[in-house]
Design a protein around this ligand. Structure first.
Ligand SMILES: [Zn+2]
Length: 54
């Protein structure tokens, strides 16, 4: 599985989230933003920005 941060365009480390599911919040390690996973049905995980963070 693979998730590109919509904010900073870096790869989010999904190894921290075993059993990733739809509607799960994940954090981008690069920019610290919180993302809400919207689609895990394909290898290219989709997510939207949940919290602009710091
Ligand atoms: Zn990011």
């Amino acid at each position: 599985m693979h998730l590109t941060c919509p904010e900073c365009k870096n790869d989010v480390d999904l190894a921290r989230y075993p059993g990733l599911a739809d509607n799960q919040a994940v954090e981008c390690q690069m920019c610290g933003i919180t993302l809400l996973v919207t689609d895990t049905s394909t290898d290219e995980v989709q997510a939207e920005i949940l919290d602009e963070g710091k």
